[in-house]
Design a protein around this ligand. Structure first.
Ligand code: CA
Length: 358
Protein backbone atom coordinates (compact mmCIF):
# COMPACT_ATOMS: atom_id res chain seq x y z
CA UNK A 1 0.00 0.00 0.00
CA UNK A 2 1.36 3.43 -0.87
CA UNK A 3 2.08 5.94 1.85
CA UNK A 4 -0.65 8.27 0.60
CA UNK A 5 -3.28 5.53 0.70
CA UNK A 6 -2.22 4.55 4.20
CA UNK A 7 -2.57 8.17 5.24
CA UNK A 8 -6.05 8.35 3.72
CA UNK A 9 -7.10 5.19 5.53
CA UNK A 10 -5.97 6.56 8.87
CA UNK A 11 -7.69 9.85 8.05
CA UNK A 12 -10.92 7.94 7.39
CA UNK A 13 -10.97 6.74 10.98
CA UNK A 14 -11.28 10.33 12.21
CA UNK A 15 -14.84 10.98 13.32
CA UNK A 16 -16.49 13.48 11.03
CA UNK A 17 -19.07 14.93 13.42
CA UNK A 18 -17.63 14.56 16.91
CA UNK A 19 -19.88 17.23 18.48
CA UNK A 20 -17.24 19.97 18.46
CA UNK A 21 -15.26 21.96 15.91
CA UNK A 22 -11.59 21.07 15.89
CA UNK A 23 -9.61 24.30 15.98
CA UNK A 24 -5.86 23.82 15.61
CA UNK A 25 -4.13 26.74 17.25
CA UNK A 26 -0.42 26.66 16.33
CA UNK A 27 -0.30 26.15 12.60
CA UNK A 28 2.59 27.54 10.58
CA UNK A 29 2.82 29.29 7.25
CA UNK A 30 5.47 31.23 5.35
CA UNK A 31 5.32 33.66 2.44
CA UNK A 32 7.53 32.50 -0.43
CA UNK A 33 9.48 35.77 -0.41
CA UNK A 34 10.44 35.28 3.23
CA UNK A 35 11.83 31.80 2.50
CA UNK A 36 13.74 33.31 -0.43
CA UNK A 37 15.24 35.88 1.93
CA UNK A 38 16.22 33.03 4.28
CA UNK A 39 18.03 31.34 1.37
CA UNK A 40 19.83 34.60 0.54
CA UNK A 41 20.95 34.99 4.14
CA UNK A 42 22.27 31.43 4.25
CA UNK A 43 24.18 32.00 0.99
CA UNK A 44 26.22 34.73 2.68
CA UNK A 45 29.43 33.39 4.19
CA UNK A 46 29.43 36.18 6.75
CA UNK A 47 25.95 35.20 8.03
CA UNK A 48 26.83 33.79 11.41
CA UNK A 49 23.72 32.13 12.84
CA UNK A 50 24.54 28.44 13.39
CA UNK A 51 21.19 27.57 15.00
CA UNK A 52 19.26 29.06 12.09
CA UNK A 53 21.50 27.32 9.55
CA UNK A 54 20.98 23.99 11.28
CA UNK A 55 17.18 24.38 11.31
CA UNK A 56 16.22 26.27 8.15
CA UNK A 57 19.13 24.72 6.25
CA UNK A 58 17.38 21.39 6.80
CA UNK A 59 13.97 22.52 5.59
CA UNK A 60 15.14 24.65 2.67
CA UNK A 61 18.32 22.97 1.44
CA UNK A 62 18.45 19.30 2.44
CA UNK A 63 17.55 16.62 -0.12
CA UNK A 64 15.08 15.04 2.36
CA UNK A 65 11.63 14.49 0.86
CA UNK A 66 9.98 15.23 4.20
CA UNK A 67 11.82 18.56 4.46
CA UNK A 68 10.80 19.47 0.91
CA UNK A 69 7.16 18.70 1.66
CA UNK A 70 7.18 20.79 4.84
CA UNK A 71 8.74 23.76 3.01
CA UNK A 72 6.13 23.45 0.27
CA UNK A 73 3.17 23.12 2.62
CA UNK A 74 4.33 26.13 4.64
CA UNK A 75 3.61 28.25 1.57
CA UNK A 76 0.10 26.90 0.98
CA UNK A 77 -2.54 29.38 2.02
CA UNK A 78 -5.29 28.06 -0.23
CA UNK A 79 -7.34 24.97 -1.18
CA UNK A 80 -4.31 22.71 -0.85
CA UNK A 81 -4.04 23.50 2.86
CA UNK A 82 -7.78 23.12 3.27
CA UNK A 83 -7.61 19.66 1.67
CA UNK A 84 -5.01 18.63 4.28
CA UNK A 85 -7.28 20.02 6.99
CA UNK A 86 -10.23 18.05 5.63
CA UNK A 87 -8.10 14.89 5.48
CA UNK A 88 -7.14 15.30 9.12
CA UNK A 89 -10.48 16.46 10.55
CA UNK A 90 -9.38 20.04 11.27
CA UNK A 91 -12.16 22.62 10.94
CA UNK A 92 -10.08 25.73 11.49
CA UNK A 93 -6.43 26.71 11.72
CA UNK A 94 -5.01 29.59 13.73
CA UNK A 95 -2.12 30.54 11.46
CA UNK A 96 1.17 32.10 12.50
CA UNK A 97 4.28 33.04 10.58
CA UNK A 98 6.74 30.16 10.93
CA UNK A 99 9.80 30.44 13.20
CA UNK A 100 11.99 32.42 13.32
CA UNK A 101 9.68 34.64 11.29
CA UNK A 102 11.07 38.12 10.80
CA UNK A 103 13.24 37.94 13.90
CA UNK A 104 16.33 36.80 11.99
CA UNK A 105 16.37 39.95 9.82
CA UNK A 106 17.73 43.45 10.31
CA UNK A 107 15.29 45.98 11.67
CA UNK A 108 14.05 47.50 8.39
CA UNK A 109 13.57 44.15 6.64
CA UNK A 110 11.79 42.73 9.70
CA UNK A 111 9.34 45.64 9.91
CA UNK A 112 8.57 45.43 6.20
CA UNK A 113 8.14 41.62 5.99
CA UNK A 114 5.95 41.63 9.10
CA UNK A 115 3.56 44.06 7.39
CA UNK A 116 3.46 42.31 4.03
CA UNK A 117 2.98 38.87 5.60
CA UNK A 118 0.13 40.17 7.78
CA UNK A 119 -1.55 41.58 4.67
CA UNK A 120 -1.25 38.21 2.91
CA UNK A 121 -2.53 36.30 5.91
CA UNK A 122 -5.49 38.65 6.33
CA UNK A 123 -6.35 38.16 2.66
CA UNK A 124 -6.47 34.37 3.14
CA UNK A 125 -8.63 34.80 6.25
CA UNK A 126 -11.03 37.02 4.30
CA UNK A 127 -11.26 34.38 1.57
CA UNK A 128 -11.83 31.41 3.93
CA UNK A 129 -13.24 32.96 7.12
CA UNK A 130 -14.65 29.64 8.37
CA UNK A 131 -11.35 27.79 7.95
CA UNK A 132 -8.54 30.25 8.67
CA UNK A 133 -7.82 32.81 11.32
CA UNK A 134 -4.42 34.12 12.30
CA UNK A 135 -1.91 35.91 14.45
CA UNK A 136 0.10 38.96 13.43
CA UNK A 137 3.83 38.89 12.87
CA UNK A 138 5.64 41.78 14.51
CA UNK A 139 9.29 42.88 14.53
CA UNK A 140 10.63 43.07 18.10
CA UNK A 141 13.75 44.69 16.58
CA UNK A 142 11.66 47.89 16.54
CA UNK A 143 9.30 47.78 19.53
CA UNK A 144 7.29 50.98 18.75
CA UNK A 145 6.80 49.81 15.13
CA UNK A 146 5.84 46.35 16.40
CA UNK A 147 3.21 47.85 18.71
CA UNK A 148 1.81 49.91 15.84
CA UNK A 149 1.75 46.94 13.50
CA UNK A 150 -0.05 44.82 16.10
CA UNK A 151 -2.66 47.53 16.44
CA UNK A 152 -3.11 47.73 12.65
CA UNK A 153 -3.24 43.94 12.33
CA UNK A 154 -5.88 43.58 15.05
CA UNK A 155 -8.06 46.63 14.39
CA UNK A 156 -7.78 46.89 10.59
CA UNK A 157 -6.95 43.37 9.43
CA UNK A 158 -8.92 41.39 12.02
CA UNK A 159 -6.01 39.25 13.19
CA UNK A 160 -6.33 37.78 16.69
CA UNK A 161 -3.04 38.39 18.49
CA UNK A 162 0.71 38.33 17.91
CA UNK A 163 3.19 35.56 17.38
CA UNK A 164 6.69 36.10 18.70
CA UNK A 165 9.21 33.42 17.85
CA UNK A 166 11.11 33.49 21.14
CA UNK A 167 14.40 35.41 21.33
CA UNK A 168 15.32 38.24 18.98
CA UNK A 169 19.05 38.30 18.29
CA UNK A 170 19.55 36.64 21.68
CA UNK A 171 17.34 39.09 23.61
CA UNK A 172 14.17 38.31 25.58
CA UNK A 173 10.86 40.09 26.04
CA UNK A 174 11.42 40.54 29.79
CA UNK A 175 13.81 43.36 28.85
CA UNK A 176 11.68 46.48 29.29
CA UNK A 177 12.91 47.85 25.97
CA UNK A 178 10.34 45.46 24.42
CA UNK A 179 7.45 46.45 26.67
CA UNK A 180 5.76 48.66 24.06
CA UNK A 181 4.69 45.34 22.52
CA UNK A 182 3.42 43.92 25.80
CA UNK A 183 1.56 47.14 26.53
CA UNK A 184 -0.10 47.11 23.08
CA UNK A 185 -1.21 43.48 23.40
CA UNK A 186 -2.72 44.14 26.82
CA UNK A 187 -4.48 47.31 25.62
CA UNK A 188 -5.88 45.51 22.55
CA UNK A 189 -6.87 42.54 24.74
CA UNK A 190 -5.15 40.02 22.45
CA UNK A 191 -2.73 37.22 23.37
CA UNK A 192 0.94 36.87 22.45
CA UNK A 193 1.87 33.39 21.26
CA UNK A 194 5.43 32.75 22.36
CA UNK A 195 6.68 30.16 19.88
CA UNK A 196 10.10 28.43 19.79
CA UNK A 197 12.86 29.07 17.26
CA UNK A 198 16.48 28.09 16.73
CA UNK A 199 18.57 28.51 19.88
CA UNK A 200 20.67 31.61 20.45
CA UNK A 201 24.43 31.21 20.12
CA UNK A 202 24.91 31.45 23.90
CA UNK A 203 22.79 28.33 24.43
CA UNK A 204 23.45 26.25 21.34
CA UNK A 205 26.67 24.28 21.89
CA UNK A 206 25.73 21.64 24.50
CA UNK A 207 22.48 20.93 22.61
CA UNK A 208 23.93 20.74 19.12
CA UNK A 209 26.72 18.37 20.21
CA UNK A 210 24.10 15.66 20.73
CA UNK A 211 21.55 16.70 18.12
CA UNK A 212 19.19 18.05 20.78
CA UNK A 213 18.95 21.67 19.59
CA UNK A 214 15.66 21.37 17.67
CA UNK A 215 12.09 20.42 18.48
CA UNK A 216 13.29 17.29 20.28
CA UNK A 217 14.36 19.29 23.37
CA UNK A 218 16.19 22.56 22.72
CA UNK A 219 13.11 24.48 21.59
CA UNK A 220 11.22 23.60 24.74
CA UNK A 221 14.12 24.52 27.04
CA UNK A 222 14.64 27.90 25.41
CA UNK A 223 10.98 28.89 25.11
CA UNK A 224 10.15 27.63 28.60
CA UNK A 225 13.08 29.69 29.88
CA UNK A 226 11.81 32.73 27.94
CA UNK A 227 8.32 32.42 29.45
CA UNK A 228 9.72 31.93 32.93
CA UNK A 229 12.01 34.96 32.51
CA UNK A 230 8.95 37.05 31.64
CA UNK A 231 7.10 35.75 34.72
CA UNK A 232 9.90 36.33 37.24
CA UNK A 233 10.84 39.71 35.73
CA UNK A 234 7.62 41.19 37.09
CA UNK A 235 6.35 42.01 33.56
CA UNK A 236 2.98 40.46 34.44
CA UNK A 237 2.69 42.65 37.54
CA UNK A 238 3.16 45.61 35.22
CA UNK A 239 0.69 44.18 32.63
CA UNK A 240 -1.67 42.07 34.77
CA UNK A 241 -4.25 41.50 32.02
CA UNK A 242 -1.72 40.37 29.44
CA UNK A 243 -2.16 36.83 28.16
CA UNK A 244 0.55 34.62 26.70
CA UNK A 245 0.13 31.31 24.93
CA UNK A 246 2.89 28.70 24.85
CA UNK A 247 2.80 25.50 22.85
CA UNK A 248 4.20 21.97 23.22
CA UNK A 249 2.34 21.19 26.40
CA UNK A 250 3.43 24.48 28.00
CA UNK A 251 7.13 23.87 27.25
CA UNK A 252 7.30 21.67 30.40
CA UNK A 253 6.46 24.57 32.75
CA UNK A 254 3.30 23.00 34.23
CA UNK A 255 5.42 20.06 35.37
CA UNK A 256 7.99 22.39 36.95
CA UNK A 257 5.45 24.60 38.69
CA UNK A 258 5.76 23.24 42.24
CA UNK A 259 9.55 23.41 42.30
CA UNK A 260 9.71 26.84 40.67
CA UNK A 261 7.28 28.24 43.27
CA UNK A 262 9.18 26.68 46.15
CA UNK A 263 12.63 27.74 44.94
CA UNK A 264 11.55 31.20 43.84
CA UNK A 265 10.20 31.94 47.32
CA UNK A 266 13.42 30.57 48.86
CA UNK A 267 15.60 32.62 46.52
CA UNK A 268 13.72 35.85 47.28
CA UNK A 269 13.86 35.15 51.04
CA UNK A 270 17.54 34.27 51.20
CA UNK A 271 18.72 37.15 49.01
CA UNK A 272 21.42 34.75 47.85
CA UNK A 273 20.37 35.32 44.25
CA UNK A 274 20.56 39.07 43.83
CA UNK A 275 18.48 38.99 40.67
CA UNK A 276 15.53 37.06 42.19
CA UNK A 277 12.94 39.75 42.83
CA UNK A 278 9.72 39.58 44.82
CA UNK A 279 6.50 39.31 42.82
CA UNK A 280 2.90 40.03 43.71
CA UNK A 281 2.06 36.34 43.30
CA UNK A 282 3.81 32.99 43.06
CA UNK A 283 5.29 32.22 39.60
CA UNK A 284 2.77 29.37 39.27
CA UNK A 285 -0.11 31.79 39.82
CA UNK A 286 0.90 33.73 36.68
CA UNK A 287 1.10 30.42 34.86
CA UNK A 288 -2.50 29.70 35.89
CA UNK A 289 -3.88 33.19 35.37
CA UNK A 290 -1.97 34.80 32.47
CA UNK A 291 -0.91 31.83 30.39
CA UNK A 292 -2.66 29.35 28.12
CA UNK A 293 -0.96 26.30 26.72
CA UNK A 294 -1.46 24.31 23.55
CA UNK A 295 -0.68 20.71 22.68
CA UNK A 296 1.30 21.30 19.48
CA UNK A 297 3.64 18.37 18.95
CA UNK A 298 2.54 16.90 22.28
CA UNK A 299 -0.50 14.78 21.42
CA UNK A 300 -0.11 12.69 24.53
CA UNK A 301 -3.07 12.20 26.87
CA UNK A 302 -1.11 11.82 30.16
CA UNK A 303 0.74 15.13 29.63
CA UNK A 304 -2.43 16.91 28.48
CA UNK A 305 -4.51 15.63 31.39
CA UNK A 306 -1.76 16.56 33.85
CA UNK A 307 -1.70 20.12 32.46
CA UNK A 308 -5.50 20.27 32.66
CA UNK A 309 -5.37 19.16 36.27
CA UNK A 310 -2.86 21.82 37.38
CA UNK A 311 -3.86 24.75 35.14
CA UNK A 312 -7.55 24.03 34.59
CA UNK A 313 -9.44 22.53 31.63
CA UNK A 314 -10.17 26.06 30.43
CA UNK A 315 -6.47 26.74 29.79
CA UNK A 316 -5.37 23.88 27.53
CA UNK A 317 -5.99 24.16 23.78
CA UNK A 318 -5.53 21.75 20.91
CA UNK A 319 -2.85 22.39 18.27
CA UNK A 320 -1.42 20.16 15.56
CA UNK A 321 1.74 22.07 14.53
CA UNK A 322 1.00 21.70 10.82
CA UNK A 323 2.94 21.21 8.59
CA UNK A 324 5.85 20.22 10.82
CA UNK A 325 3.91 17.52 12.63
CA UNK A 326 1.13 16.76 10.16
CA UNK A 327 -0.13 13.50 11.65
CA UNK A 328 -3.83 12.88 11.02
CA UNK A 329 -3.86 9.85 13.35
CA UNK A 330 -3.10 12.23 16.21
CA UNK A 331 -6.56 13.77 15.94
CA UNK A 332 -8.22 10.38 16.43
CA UNK A 333 -6.04 9.80 19.51
CA UNK A 334 -7.07 13.18 20.94
CA UNK A 335 -10.74 12.42 20.23
CA UNK A 336 -10.32 9.25 22.29
CA UNK A 337 -8.81 10.93 25.37
CA UNK A 338 -10.54 9.72 28.55
CA UNK A 339 -11.97 13.13 29.51
CA UNK A 340 -15.58 14.31 29.67
CA UNK A 341 -17.45 15.45 26.54
CA UNK A 342 -17.61 18.92 28.05
CA UNK A 343 -13.83 19.05 28.62
CA UNK A 344 -13.20 17.76 25.10
CA UNK A 345 -15.31 20.49 23.55
CA UNK A 346 -13.37 23.08 25.57
CA UNK A 347 -10.08 21.51 24.49
CA UNK A 348 -10.86 21.46 20.77
CA UNK A 349 -13.19 24.41 20.35
CA UNK A 350 -14.46 26.73 23.05
CA UNK A 351 -11.14 27.58 24.75
CA UNK A 352 -9.77 28.70 21.37
CA UNK A 353 -12.91 30.68 20.63
CA UNK A 354 -12.55 32.50 23.94
CA UNK A 355 -8.77 33.06 23.92
CA UNK A 356 -8.65 34.26 20.30
CA UNK A 357 -12.02 35.99 20.41
CA UNK A 358 -13.29 34.07 17.37
CA1 CA B 1 5.05 25.21 15.62
Amino acid sequence: MTKTREKRRSALRIRRKPGYRRIATEEAWAPTEMLELYMKLMAKRSFDEPGFRSLMGFYLQSPSERARQVAERLQWLDERRIRDMDDSGIDMQVLALTAPGVQIFDRATAVSIAKSSNDQLAEAVRTWPDRFTGLAAVAPQDPPAAAKELERAVLKLGLKGAVINSHTHGEYLDDDKFWDILEAAEALNVPIYLHPRDLPRTMLQPFVERGLDGAIYGFGCETGLHMLRIIVSGALDRFPKLRFIIGHGGEALPYWMYRVDYMHAAAVRSKRFASAKPLKKRPGDYLKENIYITTSGMAWAPAIMFAQSVLGVDRVLYAMDYPYQFTPAEVAAMDAMPISARAKKMFFQSNAERVFNL
